[in-house]
Design a protein around this ligand. Structure first.
Ligand code: HAM
Length: 423
């Protein structure tokens, strides 16, 4: 008996019909990020578990519930990367990419793994494009990198996005806020959901991020970080916002914005889309000035973000794709055995000359071949039958106007190259 296997829950195939969007996201990221001086880094898919637990934080949902952790054959605890920042920091320190006279700008893309409850926009294997800058505390970088991200989304044709921004303070001011929050929530503890009961002492800021209405109610009127930021954090945040203003980037201050990872200091932000359901964050990031040091490197402030590609792909409109960029240029419709042989040769000559060709392999009728050509999204179809072969010609059909002209078979590469250039 044969078994029909299916991909596991929360994991999906990206099929040829959708791949254009993915390639568009990747290509545009390379173009835009390289314009801002970023270079690509390729980080491993798995790391020692501590790389993630130490950076993301022992009491985060990711570390407590969502990591794919396993022992390898030597008994080491390894984890499939739930995000990229920790690995980039590990690599930065390991390879001594530190350079006191310049900043390092790195980007990466690829799959991440979190064992979350699958739902629309939330997968167990999902894809991110991330970027990290090391070596400056200057708020100009915060604004510049957020600006780069917004330009990127603009290039993808995304609309109705909102940048939500906060400053989570630093080691000096955040503990005071934390205490005030615990004090405020003390009397309301019984209202909190089971998870937030646990978060109450270990990671109370995370309660702001809970989706339960009771927890949401419990935090109403609570103190926010705004009144607790130290002078340094306040002035850093104000400068970041003023640089954003200079770039004409709109933002909404959200003092209750906390992130699902514990390494952030000062700036934290998310980009949310109005066009998505409950999983509406398409990118998130912020500053993490202590992490390099915690990983054994020299004190190195850092800032970065990651884009969720699965969610972003959902928002890309077909019109934004560089129109049928990977669609073949020409379809060859052959009628009859002789024409079929000619089409076999011709398509290869066209390909050798940089023209993408497709054809029908089923000996279908002209009507159905033209239907196929339309499905491929080609601009032109070359029709060849016995009559045309005898004359050394092909019929060149413009698929949008349905206009047909005869084209000299001998000169077909030259004719097609010229036509395609005219588009
Ligand atoms: P994050 O907010 O955990 O940040 O993830 C960034 C984005 O990845 C999210 O906004 C979302 O679009 C996407 N994402 C996260 N989990 C899933 C999932 N289960 N399914 C589909 N998409 C998902 C980070 O990962 C940080 N490393 C960002 C960063 C870089 N901070 C500083 N540098």
């Amino acid at each position: 008996m044969t078994t029909k296997y299916q991909a596991i829950k929360g994991v999906k195939d990206i099929l040829p019909a959708e791949i254009e969007k993915w390639q568009f996201m990747e290509k545009t990221a390379r173009e835009v990020f390289e314009l801002y001086g970023f270079s690509e880094i390729r980080i491993p898919i798995f790391e020692r578990t501590e790389v993630f637990t130490r950076s993301i934080g022992e009491t985060t949902d990711i570390v407590e519930k969502e990591m794919y952790t396993f022992s390898d054959r030597s008994g080491d605890s390894l984890t499939l990367r739930p995000e990229g920042t920790a690995s980039v920091v590990r690599a930065y320190v390991e390879h001594n990419l530190y350079n006191p006279s310049s900043v390092a700008k790195l980007y990466y893309m690829g799959p991440m793994f979190r064992c979350e409850r699958p739902q629309a926009g939330r997968y167990r294997q999902f894809y991110q494009i991330g970027a990290e800058v090391f070596g400056t505390e200057n708020p100009e970088i915060d604004a510049d990198v957020i600006g780069m991200l917004m330009r990127y989304f603009e290039r993808l044709g995304l609309k109705e996005l909102e940048l939500q921004i906060n400053s989570l303070g630093c080691d000096e001011c955040r503990p005071k806020f934390r205490e005030a929050l615990i004090e405020f929530l003390k009397g309301k503890r019984s209202l909190l959901c089971e998870d937030c009961q646990k978060r109450f002492e270990r990671n109370p800021l995370r309660i702001f991020d809970c989706k339960s209405t009771n927890c949401h109610e419990a935090t109403k009127g609570s103190p926010t970080i705004e009144n607790y930021r130290c002078e340094g954090c306040k002035s850093h945040f104000d400068s970041t916002l003023s640089y954003l203003d200079r770039l004409n980037i709109q933002y909404a201050k959200n003092p209750k914005l906390v992130r699902g990872l514990d390494y952030y200091t000062k700036t934290a932000f998310e980009i949310v889309s109005k066009g998505l359901g409950s999983q509406n964050a398409i990118a998130g990031g912020g500053r993490y000035d202590k992490l390099v040091e915690e990983f054994g490197g020299p004190p190195t402030p850092a800032f970065g973000f990651a884009i969720g590609m699965d969610r972003t792909a959902q928002l890309i409109q077909p019109s934004a794709l560089s129109l049928h960029a990977s669609a073949p240029h020409v379809f060859i419709a052959a009628l009859g055995e002789r024409a079929d042989l000619k089409a076999f040769e011709l398509i290869n000559v066209l390909r050798q000359n940089g023209i993408r060709g497709e054809r029908d392999y089923e000996g279908s009728s002209l009507k159905s071949q033209l239907r196929k050509a339309n499905k491929f999204g080609v601009k032109y179809t070359l029709i060849i039958g016995d009559k045309e072969l005898d004359k050394g010609k092909a019929i060149l059909r413009d698929m949008s106007s349905a206009q047909q002209d005869e084209a000299d078979m001998e000169r077909i590469v030259e004719i097609m190259t010229k036509k395609l250039r005219e588009r």
